[in-house]
Design a binder for this molecule. Structure first.
Ligand code: 6CS
Length: 284
């Protein structure tokens, strides 16, 4: 090999090293780099306070988007842009690339953990039923609804409460899909359903705003687990999920997660008392 040939080879190797050094830490960082360049992350929400909320002015709030906004900001993604989705459409929307993340109180369950890449837990809550004052049908569990042949229960489409009612034996035609909290409240008040089921904090928010003395809350629903959500990412975006988890862990450690979610009624300690691994393994 002549000196000239060697010098050419060395120059080429130096240039290659320079290119590699400029590349992101790993090819996986591309999604985060895309979001940074985009200036926002597209999040799916349900508009179910206090988990998620869209004001009359269009402002997005609620515990899940507030946590997501703070985490993404720390990752260098300036803001979040939300679109409202039914719970049952959130994962297909994520998989189709319509959202960059689901931050909506989408509870971790094994079948969902198989379909998305969840962050560590953020918001935990038990289940509740809204009924008429005096709980005339004596509901304490989803099985009670199943055992009353005339009873109907409203729940979000593709949501956890719909699944719990069906699994407890309530026939499909007595589980009524309800698009949102206000509709469920009205259907109950009009006697079109005998119970409306959402997580405890969501039902409590509805009752507080309804100012209707003829309502009663059954909470917790007997036999239903306490669930926790996490931010959900598309399979393949695990590097983005891992980066999200690093910042989420810092919020937990510093007490800042508590400052964000506890005014909404959530417990940071509950989220810190469990893990994605446990929740995704739980048989429920
Ligand atoms: O994850 C779910 O399916 C449930 N999560 C919330 C916050 N509300 C209702 C929904 O069914």
């Amino acid at each position: 090999m002549t000196l000239k040939h060697f010098m050419t080879m060395a120059a080429g190797a130096t240039a290659l090293m320079a290119v590699l050094a400029a590349a992101p830490a790993s090819a996986d960082d591309t999604k985060l780099e895309e979001l940074k360049a985009q200036g926002f992350a597209r999040i799916a929400i349900a508009n179910e306070p206090p988990f998620t909320a869209v004001g009359a002015d269009g402002k997005v709030s609620g515990a899940a988007p507030d946590v997501a906004r703070e985490v993404f900001k720390r990752l260098g993604v300036a803001d979040v842009v939300a679109s409202i989705s039914e719970y049952g459409a959130m994962i297909p929307g994520l998989q189709a690339g319509r959202h960059d993340a689901v931050t909506a109180g989408l509870f971790m369950k094994p079948e969902r953990c198989a379909a998305v890449a969840y962050s560590e837990p953020v918001l935990c809550d038990a289940e509740a039923m809204l009924v008429k004052k005096g709980n005339p049908k004596g509901f304490k569990s989803y099985a009670d609804v199943a055992n009353d042949q005339s009873a109907t229960i409203g729940a979000p489409g593709g949501g956890t409460e719909e699944k719990l009612a069906l699994e407890a034996g309530v026939p499909r035609d007595r589980v009524i899909v309800v698009p949102d909290g206000q509709s469920g409240l009205k259907m109950l008040q009009d006697g079109r359903i005998d119970a409306y089921s959402l997580p405890v904090l969501s039902i409590s928010d509805l009752v507080k705003k309804a100012n209707d003395p003829n309502l009663e809350v059954v909470a917790p629903v007997q036999g239903a687990p306490v669930y926790c959500d996490g931010a959900a990412f598309k399979k393949g975006d695990e590097a983005l999920r891992d980066a999200f988890d690093v910042e989420l862990a810092k919020l937990k450690e510093s007490g800042e997660l508590a400052k964000i979610i506890e005014p909404y009624g959530f417990s940071a300690a509950a989220a810190m008392s469990t893990t994605r691994e446990k929740l995704c393994a739980a048989a429920n």
